[in-house]
Design a protein around this ligand. Structure first.
Ligand code: ZN
Length: 312
């Protein structure tokens, strides 16, 4: 009798936990008046989260919704649409692309089919086109063939030239800026000067450790971060993690970039070898609160060393 009860409880527990895995939902976080962050998975990419392990956002205007980033696949785009619909009945009329990485723009087509217009800098579109094959291949590994086959990449039809574009959508002012590269060349940010909100894209990681990818340029990234600081935003919507303020962005991203540049730079000045440098810097308790510290920190020191060494 007791055994049966335990078994039933176990089964009940398993079914509950598997249901919670299946029911992955984006979190809608209010940021400022009419501005919301859409926080995806902070952990790894999985079929259940449709590889949507990043943060997007949206702005509600009287003329429609400005969506910042369109997600990965069609089911991910539907999830975004559902999350927006919980806040407003306004249609998504504009999709601003600030990121080159797949999860910031691969859902474009889902929204253009419904009449939305995609807005992006030429630089961002160039980066997206350059990375698309590689990103599709990786995405396929996560979501499987069926979901990946349903995806047709679509770029902004009229990309904006230069490094800065100002426009008004639904009566709200926006500036699309290219601060100088970082995580991926072509990554931009969206600034709302009146609300002092910055959608920083993959220039800023909150709650999880950033990863220096082969495409990332550490010194550019550090410089770009300082340009974001110079805007003096009140609210930062990061490319990954929960929305926060500038102090949080500094703690979780800016300080880490500065630390990597200064500490690895010093090791190079002292003619330390790569392995020695990684071992000596492997323990950085001030960044241990970040998710993926164990997986990424040593790797980041390694990448930083090779990049800074090549630039000497
Ligand atoms: Zn990203």
């Amino acid at each position: 009798m007791k055994k049966t009860l335990i078994l039933l409880l176990l089964l009940f527990g398993v079914s509950l936990s598997s249901r919670s895995v299946m029911a992955f939902e984006l979190q809608v976080e209010p940021v400022a008046e009419a501005v919301h962050a859409l926080v995806g998975e902070i952990g790894p990419r999985k079929p259940e989260n449709h590889a949507l392990n990043n943060t997007l956002g949206f702005v509600v205007t009287p003329e429609g919704v400005v969506l910042v980033g369109s997600g990965t696949t069609e089911p991910a785009a539907r999830m975004i649409e559902d999350a927006v619909a919980k806040v407003t009945a306004q249609p998504i009329r504009w999709v601003v692309n600030i990121g080159v990485q797949d999860h910031h723009w691969m859902g474009n087509r889902y929204f253009t089919r419904k009449g939305a217009r995609v807005i992006a800098l030429q630089r961002t579109v160039d980066g997206q086109k350059q990375a698309v094959e590689n990103h599709l291949r990786r995405l396929r590994q996560v979501v499987g063939d069926e979901e990946a086959d349903s995806m047709v990449p679509e770029w902004s039809a009229e990309p904006l030239p230069g490094e800065r574009a100002e426009f008004e959508l639904g009566g709200k002012r926006f500036e699309l800026l290219w601060p100088g590269g970082g995580h991926f060349p072509g990554d931009a940010l969206l600034w709302m000067p009146d609300q002092r909100v910055v959608f920083a894209g993959d220039h800023v990681f909150h709650d999880r450790m950033l990863g220096i990818q082969p495409e990332s340029k550490l010194l550019d990234w550090q410089r770009s971060f300082h340009r974001i600081e110079a805007l003096e935003p009140l609210h930062v919507v990061p490319g990954h993690g929960h929305a926060g303020d500038l102090a949080k962005a500094r703690r979780d991203t800016g300080d880490y970039l500065d630390w990597l540049v200064s500490q690895v730079g010093k090791a190079l000045e002292d003619w330390k070898e790569l392995e020695e440098t990684v071992d000596e810097l492997a323990d950085a308790p001030q960044f241990r609160h970040l998710k993926f510290y164990d997986a990424w920190h040593r790797r980041n020191i390694h990448s930083a060393y090779l990049q800074l060494e090549a630039q000497q």
